[in-house]
Design a protein around this ligand. Structure first.
Ligand code: T3D
Length: 270
């Protein structure tokens, strides 16, 4: 079912799962520009996110049409503005578009899976890093495009990248602008899995369906605990306690205990 389509720049589909959960697939659709962000794409994406926020699925897959995942900011749009004599305030644009996008993706009440089907550059790399799980096609690559155009990392890249790969590697990648292969991205902890191009769709849907068999409450609690950890161990222990307290009251937990106690034993999530 297509739930939102704004000039076809973003497609959004929902698939209900037998257990009651649902999976949504959001795909950027400017394939000729490798899904680079221009204003219409930002608008379409913001609208699609409103649809997701209003009725979140258990799993949201984020991907791109064509051979690119997302090439970051559309540079032709910026060039057009310069040629038209417009004053460009990149700070204002970053705040209104990219900071808003990354904050909204990270705050979604669902598990997000980036299916990186092709090149992810600049803010497109930031979008992939904002997802909870990243799975990449073998032909994908990650491009730290900022330095080549005289910009510094944005879209959360300067936050997420050093936390994933370490300070030294992150800074060297950004300063040199060297492409990152999917194998490096996997061994450095950015990507959870790398699969053949023609297997990406199947792999991601299999993962999403598996997640739909689990407790959405527990998954969201784990996402917040790990994604937004407290400042020290004491505070984190408090948050873990609070999460377990809430989860101990869920129907999923009770049913899982009943399944465990049954003879013959049943799989709690069967
Ligand atoms: O401005 C602000 O708001 C500040 C915020 C900035 C955030 C950012 O994201 S900064 C980073 C911006 N992105 C880039 O600098 C990436 C530019 N693109 C590339 O370096 C390369 O295209 C890629 C490494 C991504 C892919 O290379 P390749 O060889 O696989 O493909 P290609 O031939 O370069 O690109 C294919 C087409 O996509 C091509 O169009 P054409 O010639 O076939 O008509 C190319 O122009 C277009 N394309 C690729 N990236 C962009 C783009 N068009 C507009 N903007 C792009 N970013």
């Amino acid at each position: 079912m297509v739930e939102a389509s704004d000039n076809d720049l973003v497609s959004l589909e929902r698939s209900k799962q037998p257990g009651g959960g649902s999976i949504m697939r959001l795909a950027l659709n400017r394939p000729a520009q490798l899904n680079a962000f221009n204003q219409p794409l930002h608008d379409a994406l913001a609208h699609a996110l409103s649809v997701v926020e209003a009725d979140p699925p258990q799993v949201l897959i984020i991907t791109g049409h064509g051979r690119g995942f997302c090439a970051g900011q559309d540079l032709a749009e910026r060039m057009g503005q310069i040629e038209a004599g417009e004053t460009i305030d990149l700070g204002e644009g970053v705040e209104r578009k990219y900071n808003s996008l990354i904050r909204r993706v990270q705050a979604l009440n669902c598990i997000t899976v980036a299916a990186v089907n092709g090149v992810a550059a600049g803010a497109g790399f930031g979008l992939a890093l904002a997802a909870d799980i990243v799975i990449a096609a073998r032909s994908a690559r990650f491009v730290l495009a900022y330095g080549k155009i005289g910009l510094a990392p944005d879209a959360g890249v300067s936050w997420a990248l050093p936390r994933l790969v370490g300070h030294a590697r992150a800074l060297a990648l950004i300063l040199t602008g060297e492409d990152m292969s999917v194998d490096d991205a996997k061994s450095w902890g950015i990507v959870w899995d790398v699969v053949a191009d023609d297997e990406l769709n199947h792999r991601v849907w299999t993962l999403a369906k598996r997640l739909c068999a689990g407790s959405p409450d527990a998954q969201l609690a784990a996402k917040r605990l790990i994604g937004q950890p407290a400042g020290d161990l004491g505070q984190q222990l408090d948050r873990e306690r609070d999460a377990q307290q809430m989860l101990g009251h869920t129907e999923f937990y009770r049913a899982a205990l009943t399944a465990f106690a049954s003879r013959p034993k049943r799989d709690p999530v069967a």
